[in-house]
Write a protein that binds this ligand. Structure first.
Ligand code: ADP
Ligand code: MG
Length: 317
């Protein structure tokens, strides 16, 4: 039997489906990222998983324990399943250390003390233990919120776009650090985000959600190489439509540029990116504009270029 299981959970608001029947089985310690644009039902799903929202149908189980929703349980939510979102709920007049240790008031004192020490150290917050939330950076505040949630040793941690207030460098750094901590504690983690890049920092076990429905699930490689829809394909990179085809596309990185032989185009724009120049090229025959990667940084605006690709790289979407 799986560890955390969601079976056919669905939810509508005012007869508008926010989440179509959704099922999932996770093993203990597994990480999963759910990626979807705003309004795709991510927060609704996580709240149901945490027992914080009433679903229309379906069930959630943690091992053999049914997760009861707020209609079925007087105090909603569970210590075993913690939801962290963008709004942090730190105690403003408590220090970092107090914020974390307040979660453990009902625990034996020496245990609570060592747990707090361990978390402060793992999260790199030992030097900030006496500061108040207002004296911390965005990333440090996020860590305190995660420390609070981890204090009670949750089995499942649900992250609802908790890093939206951080810049992408901070976010990527924090996710790498947290990943180690989640591994150490054997925590099962579900991370929802609109940002595929952030998701991939944590795991390559992905579910893509659109308008409340799962459009595809699999590894990042499977989704990148064999996307089922244009939406999934475009999460990974822009895509170029082949002229005179109904639905064949190629990625910028899969187009080879030559000085002769192939589909003729002219370079109309060039941007210097870290690993290559990204070119806009206008196809001679069809007039369509493509985006292609110039990995050798060889072409400039106005140049002629001939485009080639391997048919095995084409995506029919
Ligand atoms: P996401 O987290 O992916 O942005 P949400 O789960 O918040 O998506 O919302 C999914 C859909 O459900 C949206 O169309 C949203 O407007 C609607 N919705 C969410 N919560 C409520 C609510 N409490 N009342 C009415 N509609 C809601
Ligand atoms: Mg949301």
């Amino acid at each position: 039997m799986s560890y955390f299981s969601i079976s056919n959970v669905s939810k509508s608001y005012d007869h508008q489906p926010a989440l179509h029947p959704f099922s999932l089985e996770l093993k203990k310690g597994e990480f999963l990222a759910i990626v979807g644009e705003s309004g795709s039902g991510k927060s609704t799903l996580l709240k149901i998983m945490a027992g914080l929202e009433v679903q229309d149908a379906g069930e959630v189980f943690l091992e053999s324990m049914p997760i009861l929703n707020p209609n079925q349980k007087i105090v909603s939510g569970y210590d075993e399943i913690r939801l962290i979102h963008q709004h942090l709920h730190l105690y403003p007049n408590s220090t970092v250390e107090e914020n974390i240790s307040r979660q453990l008031l009902h625990y034996e004192k020496s245990y609570a003390k060592s747990r707090v020490e361990h978390l402060l150290q793992l999260l790199g917050l030992s030097d900030f233990r006496d500061r108040f939330p207002r004296q911390l950076s965005g990333g440090q505040k996020q860590k305190v919120a995660i420390g609070k949630a981890m204090a009670v040793e949750p089995d499942v941690l649900l992250l609802d776009e908790p890093f939206s207030s951080l810049d992408s460098i901070q976010t990527h750094h924090l996710i790498s650090e947290l990943k180690e901590i989640f591994r150490e504690f054997g925590t099962t983690v579900i991370f929802v985000t609109h940002d595929l890049d952030d998701a991939l920092r944590l795991t390559d076990n992905l579910i893509i959600l659109q308008k409340g429905k799962v459009v595809q699930k699999g590894t990042s490689r499977q989704l990148c190489e064999k996307p089922k829809t244009k939406y999934v394909a475009q999460l990974f990179s822009p895509i170029n439509k082949l002229p005179d085809t109904k639905n064949s596309y190629v990625r910028p990185a899969d187009v080879q540029l030559r000085t002769k032989g192939g589909l003729l185009a002219h370079v109309t724009d060039s941007r210097f990116l870290v690993h290559f120049n990204s070119l806009q090229v206008k196809l001679k025959e069809s007039g369509i504009t493509w985006e292609v990667d110039d990995s050798q940084r060889k072409y400039t605006v106005g140049d002629r270029v001939y485009l080639n690709w391997d048919n095995s790289k084409l995506m029919n979407l």
